[in-house]
Design a protein around this ligand. Structure first.
Ligand code: PLP
Length: 372
């Protein structure tokens, strides 16, 4: 099998797995208890928080563990809307993941206004567009760091500066970026940042929300005093430990991994071009490494996915979270992929374990299917 759907999920890092094992088997103490048996769980939590904070240049007490990207996004958006009890607006973009879009839809149903910014044909939110729309009545701007379908990376620092100049908070859904792109929350100035471990070779069902020190924010879950009283519930120590190890490993290899993935990307695209296939490579020049969204003229993305599957190759038609719907992706619509190409879109997302041989096989298989 060739796995080329790393934006959907990734394989667990073997070092992360080894680090998790003791907390699944012998060190099962509740981190909140006072006896010595719980000491190791408590220490692991503290160290994991420190390790994760270092990876994004945050302070440890600014990292709040959650069940993943969806929860972090919901917390950031819904709490920001509700916190001051006024009806100031949320601004987001048309190409966000449904974790953000549907959280915004809920906020709208509660009576809070939401504005959805358009993107350019590369899938980038232009800062001038935000400048034109933002007012002192904006409470939150939430723009994703990198898009999950087409990989486009957003000008986060510029957008965040505009939000702050207008008195708004800034959140970024960085689920596709953390562990793949260098992130420094202090240099960027963001107030909140969402991340999910299974996108950077960590375990599934665990993530975090970075909340800048000093931001007045209500708890997500009421109950015990875990997560500084902000997100109650017994901590998932094993997964938190696995997430920290996976993130550290990913961050230590960003340069090497980027170089390799960009080389593989070029190799795949060049093979397809050499075969004279008629396709569009979606997204901006600055994309998450290894993200290749291709729209083939007069083809069916779904047919391509199934044919590739029969050949032992896993790719996606659009966003994996949408794989059960047959609607055309909102991201492809927002970047205005021409009608004769839009249905023929597949997303190939390479990972560090993919080889040149894999990429050549993917290209050959695509050429074979499409030339028939
Ligand atoms: N945000 C983005 C950009 C994503 O790509 C995803 C998952 O695909 C999520 C949020 C949801 O993350 P999780 O699967 O951890 O809930």
């Amino acid at each position: 099998m060739i796995y080329a759907d790393h934006a959907a999920t990734t394989k667990l890092d073997s070092f992360a797995f080894e680090a998790m094992k003791p907390f699944l088997l012998n060190e099962y103490g509740n981190a909140s208890q006072l006896y010595s048996f719980s000491r190791s769980a408590k220490k692991a939590l503290r160290q994991s928080r420190e390790r994760i904070a270092t990876c994004i240049n945050a302070n440890p007490e600014e990292i709040y563990f959650t069940s993943g990207g969806t929860e972090s996004d919901n917390w950031a958006i819904k709490s920001s809307a509700l916190v001051y009890g006024d009806l100031r607006a949320t601004i987001t973009s048309q190409i966000e993941h449904h974790a953000v879009l549907n959280a915004c839809a809920s906020v709208e149903k509660m009576g809070f206004p939401v504005v959805y910014l358009p993107v350019d044909s590369d899938g980038v939110v232009q800062p001038t567009v935000l400048k034109d729309v933002i007012t002192p009545n904006t409470k939150l701007v939430s723009i994703m760091f990198a898009n999950n379908e087409i990989g486009s990376v957003q000008p986060i620092k510029e957008l965040c500066t505009i939000a702050h100049k207008n008195g708004a908070l800034f959140h970024t859904d960085a689920v596709q970026a953390v562990g793949h792109l260098a992130i420094d929350v202090k240099a960027l100035g963001v107030d909140m940042l969402s991340a999910s471990a299974h996108k950077f070779n960590g375990p599934k069902g665990i993530g975090f929300l970075y909340i800048k020190h000093g931001i007045n924010f209500p708890p997500l879950l009421d109950g015990g005093s875990q997560e500084f009283g902000m997100r109650a519930g017994t901590e998932n120590v094993a997964s938190i430990v696995g997430m920290a190890v996976a993130l550290e490993n990913s961050c230590n290899h960003i340069l090497k991994s980027t170089e390799k993935l960009q080389r593989l990307e070029k190799c795949l695209v060049n093979e397809l071009k050499a075969a004279n296939l008629d396709f569009i490579l979606n997204g901006s020049r600055l994309r998450t490494p290894g993200n290749i969204s291709l729209s083939f003229k007069n083809a069916s993305g779904e047919m391509l996915l199934h044919r590739l599957d029969l050949m032992g190759i896993c790719v996606s038609t659009g966003s994996a979270c949408d794989s059960t719907t047959t609607q055309v992706s909102h991201v492809l619509q927002a970047i205005k992929v021409p009608a004769e190409y839009i249905q023929g879109t597949i997303r190939i997302t390479l990972g560090f374990e993919n080889t040149e041989e894999d990429v050549l096989k993917i290209a050959k298989s695509l050429i074979k299917i499409l030339q028939k």
